[in-house]
Design a protein around this ligand. Sequence first.
Ligand SMILES: Cc1ncc(COP(=O)(O)O)c(C=O)c1O
Length: 391
Amino acid sequence: MGMLREDIEALEQNGITRIAMTRLGDPDVIPLWFGEGDEVTPGFIREAAKQALDEGYTFYGHMRGRAELREAIKRYLDGLYGIDLDPARLTVPGSSMLAVTMAAQMTLSDGLHGLIVTPHWPNIDRAFRVTGAHFDTVRQRSGAHGWRLELDDVRAALRPETRALFVNSPCNPTGWVMSREAQAALLALAREHGFVIIADEVYHRTVFDAEAAPSFLEIARDDDPLIVVNGFSKAYAMTGWRLGWMVTPSRYAEQMAVLSECFNTSAPSFIQRAGVAALQAGEAEVAALRAQYRRGRECVVAMLGGHPLIDLPYPAGAFYAFPRVRGLRSSLAFVQGVLDEENVGLAPGYTFGPGNDAHFRLCYAHSTARLEEALARVLRYVERHAGAWGD
Ligand SMILES: Cc1ncc(COP(=O)(O)O)c(C=O)c1O
């Protein structure tokens, strides 16, 4: 018998890491496989962290996060969405990924059932898997105008023991942005059925026709069955800092402190100081990053949209596209081929849930010149191998 729980021993490396590890750091490769751009974190945020270290912010802080950071997050969300969030609802445990893990642990366990709206980031189903609960996926539907979620598909997947549904909008990997109406309908279903919506809104600032994507926080009551996860990685180019937050009903403030203490005892103190700086003075940077991502998206749509060998459901938000290569049967063989022959790093579709083996994901948070070069190489590969996809 192995040393670990069987379900932990059975966990597989996700397809992004699997392919990326083979050529990580190779200067010949244009890496579009990870969910981050090529810009370092803005200087004033880095300075705030350095200053915090020099000022001695090296101690434990409040379990749910420093009061000044929770207050800054409250003000930020209030300003963005026109709400009045109770800071007792906020916890800053560390990264958004940790917040997702905590949300899954808080709602699911052996004998219970979860749902994940898919295509989805593979780490999410790992987080669900380790709860011991059974889970199913509900697939977004795609069409020429992009992706959407049918409420009837969610309804059909519900079971009496369904306790949590994970939904990520703007979506990694599809770029789907859930409309306010769709959010309201899902929330009504959650209230009726009694499952908790785990809403991952980490790409909320990466939309191109508004300051932020619609948030469940705008329509939900404090006591609704809702956990919203968000963070600094994407909006402020802070992926390596591991800083995010979660919003839960106020009545769970004490439980959140207990849980946060045993998961990570809150995010590092000096990094929380940098988070305050980002929220207070980061709007210009958010806008600059968004302008870059907009150029990236335009480039992807111009080069892949309308190509006869590729279907590209319109990527409305986040900084990913999830194209389908016509006739493709193995996304892993495809991205391996693109890497070997054209030195471009893509993520294979299969790792984003069932039914995606003709897809690949690319992150377009890169300079236009790099992106154009990468996409030209991908197209060259597609055209060279079209009609002869092996398994
Ligand atoms: C959908 C989604 N949720 C959460 C995260 C994790 O964010 P963080 O870096 O704050 O852990 C990512 C990162 O790629 C993501 O794509």
